[in-house]
Every structure is written in structure tokens, then in C-alpha cells.
Write a protein that binds this ligand. Structure first.
Ligand SMILES: NC(=O)c1ccc[n+]([C@@H]2O[C@H](COP(=O)([O-])OP(=O)(O)OC[C@H]3O[C@@H](n4cnc5c(N)ncnc54)[C@H](O)[C@@H]3O)[C@@H](O)[C@H]2O)c1
Length: 372
């Protein structure tokens, strides 16, 4: 299976996630939140519930719902904003609303928001009446380049992030680049961490392009952003099409995430953004890759430099000891049996999963890593 090359119609770019019967388009460009006809074309029935949070609703809910055709039965549900609300209780509210509205198996959910909303709405769709359609309308850069594509859905459990969930693919992903104009710059940088990740794991030329264009991206140059989103989604779509349920190559998308999840969990979700924690995690992964003799100091420095240029942290939290890291890294879902599995950098543009880094080497890497 593979992804189609992208096609451009007017100022929109379209990619295809090739998953047989569950294939779906990713459409990228300006104005998509107000293009209700396009959204409606992806719906199986006429009942649709748009789920968002209070911050995103303020900017985009009316724009989306008012553009939907009158023939649809449209409901909305506004959840509280924040990773702390990415819980089973929030998903129950979605099911309650669907049941109270009498929505049937041909109804659809629309996720309007960042990764938190997208993950919860996808999970709600996976379970409601044993599975209904959902459409992703991601509004953060992180959700546009990562969480809205690939079908990983779920919620956090008090004992671990994203521990409860399902694989459930959307019917379509509509990425409105205009939404980035209201995104706080810290959130933009968080999304850039995932964009940089694609270059590091899969595409050296893309990384070089990012090194050249980083300031334009941070200044919200829409053409550059659309290109970065398109390339990121194309790489993610290719990897997901090859390994939908993460039996192999999909794990490479987790570069920096084992270290990063440890930081997020230790610091308390929300204090460090996901992309910020992943950013430091990628530098730590590069450091460990150098210790294993795979890359040289210049490659580690290059990784550090592009991450810093994106406005992201490159130092770990001062309060985290080696044991704090290791205790949380051991909870990672990638681990099999008792072995710690890490995604590391083989060379810039190529990653691998490795479970044989000597523990003493890993401990030195964490202990000697710069702190902020
Ligand atoms: N499913 C996956 O494959 C996958 C991959 C990566 C991350 N994730 C998950 O995604 C979540 C993080 O996603 P996120 O970074 O989008 O966080 P988020 O959904 O919390 O959004 C970040 C903040 O930006 C606000 N916001 C969203 N769009 C906005 C806009 N256009 N203008 C102004 N404000 C806006 C949100 O209300 C929120 O306050 C985590 O829960 C993570 O686990 C999932």
C-alpha cells in the first residue's frame, strides 16, 4: 500500500491515506472550516455532531456550522479546554449527547480542535454503536501534521497518558491553514517539533528545507506552512499505510516520545506542551545515538540547532533525576517484555527502533544532558 502523490485543485492540496476500504483524503489549504459543502460530501447520513472546546468554539464553531447545508441535522457539543479533560468522562459526555439527540449508526462526529479533541472524538466514534464515521478538522499545527492522521484515538488514564484507546480511521481530514493565525506561538512551535521529527526520521532533504525556511514558518508564511504540512502528512500517511497498527515501522514516528512522555508525565500534563517534551526527547535520542557511534557530534548539534530555531527547549527539566526519567520511560507502550525500546537516529533522515542500548550508557546520557 502506498500514498498517492498529492494533487492541487485551486489552492488546495490533497493527499490520500491508502488503507484499502478505509482510505481517506487529507485536504490542505485556506478556508476549509467555512467549506461546509466539502465537509458534507464526506458524511454518510444527515445527522452530524460537531465537538470542540470552549477556546476553539470562540474562533471557529460558528464559521463551520453556518456553512453546513440546511439538509443536515446539526448538533454541537463544547467541552472544556485542556489535556486534563482528555478523560473517559469527557468521552462519556459525547456519547450522552449522541444518545440524547437520538443519533443513529449513520451519524457522524466532527472533531474541531487540536489533538485533545481529535483523540477523544475519534475514540467516541470508534465505540458509539460499535463505530460511526468521524471527520477531523484539526486546528493546531500539531494536530494538522500528526494526530489527525493515522487513526490513533483515545484518552488518558490517571496511571498513564493515552493508555485507553482504539485504532479508528477518520473519513476525511480537512486542514484549514487559516486556523493557524489564531494559534499561540508556543503551540505553533510545539507543532514544529513534530514537523522536524519527519525530517529527522525519514527525509533529509525536508530537514534541509526546514533549516532554510524556519523563520518564514514561524512568521506564519501560509505557502511555507502548507508545504510543511503537506510533506509531514505525506510521510505520516506513507508510514501509516505500511503499518496501520504499529507492528513495525510506525514506531519510528515516536522519535523523542519515550523521553518526552517521561517529561510530560513527571512535570504534569500541561506545564510542558507535548511538542516541547518531544523536542527535548529528540535531542536526547540524538545524544544516545552518538554514544552508540551511529552519528557524530555535528549531527547532534544540527538536531539541537533546528529544534532551538523552532523556538523549542533543548534542555531537560532541572528537577528530573535519572531515576525519574527511567521510572516513567519503563511505562512506555513501545516496550515489549521488560526491554526499553527507543527510537534512535541511524543517520539524519533515517531512524530505527533499538532495545539494546546498555543501561549504563542510557543513564550517562540522561545524567549528563543539559538541564534548564
Ligand atoms: N493520535 C495521535 O496520533 C496523536 C499524535 C500526537 C499527539 N497526540 C495527542 O494530541 C494532544 C496534543 O494536541 P495539541 O498540541 O493540538 O493540543 P490541544 O488540543 O490541547 O490544543 C492546544 C491548545 O490550543 C488551542 N487551540 C486549538 N486550535 C486553536 C486555534 N486555531 N487557535 C487558537 N487556539 C487553538 C486549544 O484549545 C488548546 O488550548 C495530546 O493529547 C497528544 O497525546 C495524538
Amino acid at each position: 500500500m502506498s500514498t498517492d502523490t498529492s494533487t492541487a485543485s485551486s489552492n488546495l492540496l490533497t493527499l490520500n491515506v491508502a488503507l484499502g476500504e478505509r482510505s481517506y483524503p487529507i485536504v490542505i489549504g485556506p478556508g476549509l472550516i467555512g467549506d461546509g459543502e466539502r465537509l458534507a460530501a464526506s458524511l454518510a447520513g444527515r445527522q452530524v455532531m460537531v465537538v470542540t472546546n470552549d477556546s476553539v468554539a470562540e474562533h471557529y464553531l460558528e464559521r463551520l456550522t453556518s456553512s453546513l447545508p440546511d439538509s443536515l441535522e446539526v448538533r454541537t457539543l463544547i467541552l472544556p479546554d485542556g489535556e486534563v479533560h482528555k478523560t473517559f468522562a469527557s468521552v462519556e459526555r459525547i456519547w450522552d449527547a449522541l444518545l440524547e439527540a437520538g443519533f443513529n449508526r449513520r451519524s457522524s462526529l466532527v472533531a474541531l480542535g487540536g489533538g485533545v479533541i481529535g483523540d477523544m472524538v475519534g475514540f467516541a466514534a470508534a465505540c458509539y454503536q460499535r463505530g460511526i464515521d468521524f471527520i477531523q478538522v484539526p486546528t493546531t499545527l500539531l494536530s494538522q501534521v500528526d494526530s489527525s492522521v493515522g487513526g490513533k484515538t483515545g484518552v488518558n488514564h490517571p496511571l498513564g497518558k493515552n493508555m485507553i484507546g482504539a485504532f479508528w480511521q477518520p473519513r476525511a481530514v480537512l486542514i484549514d491553514t487559516d486556523a493557524l493565525t489564531t494559534l499561540p506561538s508556543r503551540e505553533l512551535s510545539s507543532g514544529l517539533a513534530e514537523v522536524i521529527k519527519y525530517g529527522l526520521i525519514h527525509d533529509q532533504c525536508f530537514l534541509e528545507w526546514l533549516e532554510r525556511e524556519m523563520s518564514g514558518l514561524r512568521e506564519l508564511n501560509t505557502e511555507l506552512l502548507a508545504r510543511a504540512i503537506e510533506r509531514s502528512c505525506a510521510i505520516k500517511a506513507e508510514i501509516v499505510a505500511a503499518d496501520e497498527t504499529e507492528q513495525g515501522v510506525r514506531a519510528l514516528l515516536n522519535l523523542g516520545h519515550t523521553f518526552g512522555h517521561a517529561i510530560e508525565a513527571y512535570m504534569g500534563y500541561g506545564r510542558w506542551l507535548h511538542g516541547e517534551a518531544v523536542a527535548v526527547g529528540m535531542v536526547m535520542a540524538a545524544d544516545l545515538s552518538q554514544r552508540l557511534g551511529w552519528i557524530d557530534a555535528a549531527a547532534v548539534e544540527r538536531t539541537r540547532r533546528i529544534i532551538a530555531a523552532a523556538g523549542l527547549p533543548v534542555e531537560a527539566p532541572a528537577e528530573m533525576s535519572v531515576d525519574d526519567f527511567l521510572a516513567r520511560m519503563k511505562l512506555d507502550k513501545k516496550n515489549l517484555d521488560s526491554r526499553l525500546r527507543l527510537v534512535l537516529i541511524r543517520s539524519i533522515g533515517a531512524a530505527c527502533v533499538h532495545d539494546e542500548a546498555p543501561l549504563e550508557m542510557l543513564k550517562s546520557c540522561i545524567a549528563e544532558f543539559p538541564r534548564r
